[in-house]
Design a binder for this molecule. Structure first.
Ligand code: PSU
Ligand code: MN
Length: 315
């Protein structure tokens, strides 16, 4: 079944329609009130090498469909804001070498300048909210970098969580960050952090960190209920779900600590700064772990996609 041309965009505010393409399956699901899960694309363009990025992006969509929800991978392609990609678009994006990394600061730039880019957690939240999608799955969010007291490097993901009403399902802050400071900023900005089935905060490749989980819930229905209650109280903003990577796929925190410190040292020596920091560290750690970090990254994204689909179903 396909919609009449032009009908798709009715989900989108009128001002954004001229440059937004909403995938027909996504539009149908939203129109019917069926569950939809947004997916980011910086993880495709900057987070993983080809062809693993291509295969991961296809796998997470498959998992979301298996769980009875509709996936909507979000990206900017040639200045079009895409809410849901076709297989061909997704595979082309995975092969694009000079894609931009788009956050709140430059999402509109890429659209007005007709560029192509992967959307970070922040930019994906903006696009998801625009389309009326409330649940979003990623790997790990950006946060406060180690040494931020000197570099001031704090991801725009944190501010976005504070203002945009989307549930972000992650495996916790990426362990390359200062997890403690990231939790402090989230608390200050009023962002609930819910660990799924765990009393401790997971840290991306590892199931545990030295930090207690600020909140804990054990069922997707409870997460959906919490989100609805916040909305009913008129509390603005999103929430972060931290879903521990499956035990079989984790790399213990003690082991990761050495690799992270080594990667950080090289990044500093090379003078890496700004938005290049996260992609640089991820690829350095991939090298240092001989690919194990990548296998874990893929496993945790898949695990998050499954939980996100269940939360979307419960909503
Ligand atoms: N999760 C992953 N790999 C990634 C990212 C998340 O498993 O590459 C991306 C997300 O798009 C996140 C971004 O928003 O890294 C954070 O970048 P920064 O620290 O520059 O804000
Ligand atoms: Mn940064």
């Amino acid at each position: 079944m396909s919609l009449r041309p032009g009908v798709e965009n009715e989900m989108i505010p009128e001002s954004a329609r001229p440059f937004t393409d909403i995938d027909p399956a996504v539009a149908r699901a939203l129109g019917a009130g069926a569950p939809v899960v947004a997916l980011e694309s910086t993880i495709i363009t900057h987070g993983m090498p080809y062809p693993e990025n291509r295969d991961m992006a296809a796998a997470v969509e498959r998992i979301i469909r298996e769980e009875g929800a509709t996936p909507a991978t979000i990206a900017v392609i040639g200045g079009r804001l895409k809410i849901g990609l076709s297989d061909i678009e997704r595979e082309a994006l995975a092969r694009t070498e000079n894609a931009m990394k788009l956050s709140r600061a430059d999402l509109a730039f890429a659209i007005s300048e007709k560029r192509t880019g992967g959307t970070t957690v922040a930019a994906t939240m903006i696009a998801a909210a625009l389309a009326g999608i409330s649940v979003f799955a990623t790997g790990g969010i950006g946060g406060v970098h180690k040494g931020a007291e000197k570099s001031f490097d704090i991801s725009a993901d944190l501010d976005e969580l504070a203002r945009t009403p989307v549930i972000v399902v992650s495996a916790g802050p990426k362990a390359i960050l200062d997890v403690g400071k990231t939790l402090e900023v989230l608390e200050t900005r009023g962002v609930p952090v819910v660990a799924y089935g765990s009393d401790v905060m997971p840290a991306f490749w590892s199931r545990s960190s030295p930090y207690a989980a600020p909140l804990r819930l054990d069922r997707p229905q409870a997460i959906a209920g919490f989100f609805r209650t916040r909305a009913a109280l008129g509390i603005a903003g999103g929430m972060l779900v931290a879903n521990p990577v499956p035990e079989a796929d984790e790399i213990p925190a003690e082991e990761m600590a050495g690799h992270i410190a080594a990667a950080q040292e090289v990044a500093e020596a090379e003078g890496i700064g700004g938005k290049a920091v996260t992609p640089y560290l991820l690829s350095k750690i991939l090298e240092l772990t001989a690919g194990r970090s990548l296998a874990t990254n893929i496993a945790l994204v898949e695990n998050n996609a499954r939980l996100a689909a269940r939360i979307a179903g419960a909503l």
